[in-house]
Design a binder for this molecule. Structure first.
Ligand code: ATP
Length: 264
């Protein structure tokens, strides 16, 4: 029978019982969660919780000893980095990785490399396909710049820009790649409170505009509350809670692990 109640959005990423031991240290002890399609999903937890490790598992930097990670129903374990990038899974790192002596536009265009189907010589030779692709790349880069408020800076060298703007360019390059699933590992690290807020607002805007699923590692729970629709809390390599930021941050176990509080 038809119902007018919309169900929850389907999970684009299914993480099941993932266990990882690194150099004899248990980093993940059986982690399971779903990431809904088209969401800005928060991954939070205290230091050493296993956040980077799960990002490393999803992006093929490490192979888990046990468990399964499925993307759009397809098993990722055993699939290499290049195949994952082709599937639309992209990642940023805690450190900004830009080509500092190139312009903002050049760096955004680097994000388009995964669409590079036309050989460099044919592009230089100016084939019609190459020109069409170059136009598409430019339009995509300019669109991302507009969403992130970078339009006036497109022709500035990255090295001349403040750190907060370089962080924004780093995020912009990832969005220019039109990811299906974007993993952002502490994109606001090293920024002051105001800049962190602006960056998270920009990410939220870009996520909404593009419809990409974004998984965000963030320490600052206020920012997660402000930006994310749903989240999972890791502690000590295990899932402590999952739900909306309001739900998880009211969970007594989360308050104890995160803030050392027993007053919940
Ligand atoms: N290469 C390694 N060698 C030894 N232990 C490791 C290694 N990588 C991770 N670990 C351990 O695995 C656990 C999870 O680490 P991970 O970096 O995933 O946590 P995290 O939540 O990202 O922490 P942070 O917020 O500090 O970045 C920690 O106890 C960490 O010490």
């Amino acid at each position: 029978m038809a119902t007018d109640q919309a169900g929850p959005p389907p999970a684009v990423l299914e993480v099941r019982d993932v266990r990882v031991t690194v150099n004899g240290v248990r980093a993940l002890g059986g982690v399971s969660f779903d990431v809904p399609e088209g969401s800005l999903f928060g991954l939070i937890g205290p230091n050493g919780a296993g956040k980077t490790t799960i990002m490393n598992v999803i992006s093929a930097v490490i192979t888990p000893q046990h468990g399964s990670v499925r993307f759009r129903g397809k098993e990722l374990t055993g699939m290499g980095t290049v195949a994952r990038v082709r599937a639309g899974i992209l990642r940023s790192f805690q450190q900004v990785r830009l080509l500092e002596d190139l312009t903002v536009l050049d760096n955004l265009l680097l994000g388009r490399e995964r669409f590079r189907t036309v050989g460099l010589l044919r592009q230089i030779g100016g084939s019609r396909t190459g020109r069409r692709q170059a136009r598409r790349d430019l339009a995509a880069a300019e669109q991302v710049a507009a969403v992130l408020g970078l339009s006036d800076l497109l022709h500035r060298d990255v090295q001349d820009l403040p750190f907060g703007v370089r962080r924004l360019v780093d995020v912009g390059r990832a969005f220019a790649a039109e990811p299906d699933l974007l993993l952002l590992d502490e994109p606001a690290a090293g920024l002051d409170v105001t800049s962190r807020r602006l960056l998270l607002d920009a990410i939220k805007q870009a996520q909404r505009t593009t419809g990409a699923t974004v998984m965000l590692v963030e320490h600052d729970v206020d920012l997660v509350r402000r930006a994310c629709g749903e989240s999972v809390v890791l502690s000590n390599g295990e899932v402590l809670a999952r739900g909306t930021p309001a739900e998880v941050l009211a969970d007594p176990a989360v308050l104890r692990a995160y803030f050392g509080r027993n007053d919940a």
